[in-house]
Design a protein around this ligand. Structure first.
Ligand code: HEM
Length: 417
């Protein structure tokens, strides 16, 4: 469709997240009822096909005729393409993508994740020690949901967490790509490449640990990766591997804390935490209009004809609330089974970090509930101030209280897992 500027400006805007929420569930409910696939305009003025029903989002994510564009080629620019030697996993396609994914996949299995669990638990306990020293009250965003996923990712990759300021500024610029000038995004990608290259060189000299050390030691050619591949993996993990969790966990905790019956139940029955985690992954409407796919051919999707070159945005947050797939989809049901949410995507680019995310959420909840007895909001959850500008939203602060132990009773006297 070669829409004129007037036709594009007449399109409705992409739904904005509702204030105080990670997403736009009401607007998507209307779209799912009227027409699953509809043309909208992004804030930058680009027309896209927004996909809202579960079955269509599921199909779009794994459709062979829809690819993730290389950063800097979408939205189309007049400027000369910026030279880039290394692409991220999301930008790689076909056999190159399959080869790199195949090499990293064994590191993400549930069994490998469980081997990491004691370290992750130790990080959670260190952060709670700090909260206990200073509170109550305490802020769970600054004190827990911000630092925890970053520390977990550093443990997993084998990066010294005291050095993370060297990359967080750049990863956050890349994640903000729809709102910052393209040149800034590309400079941030270059800075990440330089940071990753130094790290990979250290690992190849035998000084690495974690995932990167392990990948660097695997002989190249026998499933092992070359230097550029390792840099690509490092950049991809830094960009995709902590901010999603920071924002998801920050938005998930109010859902939990405003249900004291659930907090009490999960504290008494930690075996029910994994199902509650799965439902938090479905219910928090985090993955809004953030995934862009471009059609490499004319194709039909959900009864719409999509032309080659047109952009399609499958909205996972909407699919996860589709009443055709999930009974009482807007309700938070911590016992929901089955729970076939699409939070981690689908198809060749589905998220490799699903098990790591599940495990860190489980450990975080077990630790918070055990070590902060009587954990409750200090400010009413519906009066929290949210970061309304970020593409993935979360509360800016989450003030909480908890019951202090009687003097003389040490934390270790029965509370610590
Ligand atoms: C709440 C947490 C997370 C959510 C909601 C999430 C969601 C997603 C989704 C939907 C995709 C697919 C995007 C697409 O199809 O275009 C994806 C890809 C990816 N995710 Fe995650 N993710 C999370 C955590 C993580 C973690 C912890 C890691 C790594 C440690 C990670 C690493 C990646 C990578 C590397 C990709 C690209 C994979 C590829 O292109 O083959 N993610 N993620």
């Amino acid at each position: 469709m070669n829409a004129t500027a007037d036709q594009v400006s007449a399109l409705p805007p992409v739904p904005e997240a509702e204030p105080g929420s990670a997403g736009a569930p009401c607007a998507y409910a209307a779209l799912r009822t009227e027409r699953s696939i509809t043309r909208v305009r992004l804030p930058g003025g680009q027309p896209v096909w927004l996909v809202s029903r579960y079955a269509d989002v599921r199909e779009a994510l794994a459709h062979p005729g829809l690819v993730r564009p290389v950063i800097a080629t979408w939205p189309p620019q007049d400027a000369e393409p910026w030279p880039r030697q290394v692409l991220t996993l999301l930008e790689l396609r076909g056999d190159s993508h399959k080869r790199v994914r195949g090499a990293v996949a064994p590191a993400f299995t549930p069994r490998r994740m469980e081997a990491l669990a004691p370290r992750i638990r130790a990080v959670a306990n260190e952060l709670i020690d700090e909260l206990l020293r200073e509170g109550p009250p305490g802020d769970l965003i600054a004190g827990f949901t911000e630092p925890f996923p970053l520390r977990v990712l550093c443990e997993f990759l084998g990066v010294d967490h005291t050095e993370c300021a060297a990359f967080t500024e750049h990863t956050e610029t890349v994640l903000d790509a729809t709102r910052v000038p393209l040149e800034r995004t590309l400079r941030a990608l270059d800075a990440l490449r330089d940071f990753a290259a130094d790290l990979v060189d250290e690992c190849q000299r035998g000084r690495g640990h974690g995932l990167l050390g392990q990948l660097a030691r695997a002989p190249q050619g026998e499933g092992g990766l070359g230097r550029d591949d390792l840099i690509s993996v490092t950049i991809s993990m830094l960009i995709a591997g902590y901010k999603t969790n920071v924002q998801h966990f920050g938005s998930a905790l109010p859902t939990l804390l405003e249900r004291p019956w659930l907090v009490n139940r999960l504290r008494a029955r930690p075996d029910q935490i994994p199902d509650a985690v799965e439902e938090l992954l479905r219910h928090v409407p985090l993955m809004n209009a953030v995934i862009v796919l471009v059609a490499t051919e004319d194709l039909d999707l959900g009864g719409r004809h999509i032309r080659e070159g047109e952009a399609v945005m499958p909205v996972i947050a909407s699919a996860n609330r589709d009443g055709g797939t999930f009974a009482q989809a807007d309700e938070f049901d911590p016992e929901r089974t089955p729970n076939p949410h699409l939070t981690f995507g689908r198809g060749p680019h589905y998220c490799p970090g699903g098990h790591l995310t599940r495990m860190q959420l489980r450990i975080a909840l077990e630790t918070l509930l055990t070590r902060l007895p009587g954990l409750r909001p200090h400010t009413a959850v519906n009066r929290l101030e949210w970061d309304e500008d970020a593409p993935l939203r979360a509360p800016l602060r989450l003030p909480v209280r908890w019951d202090q132990r009687p003097p003389g009773l040490r934390d270790e006297d029965g509370a610590r897992p």
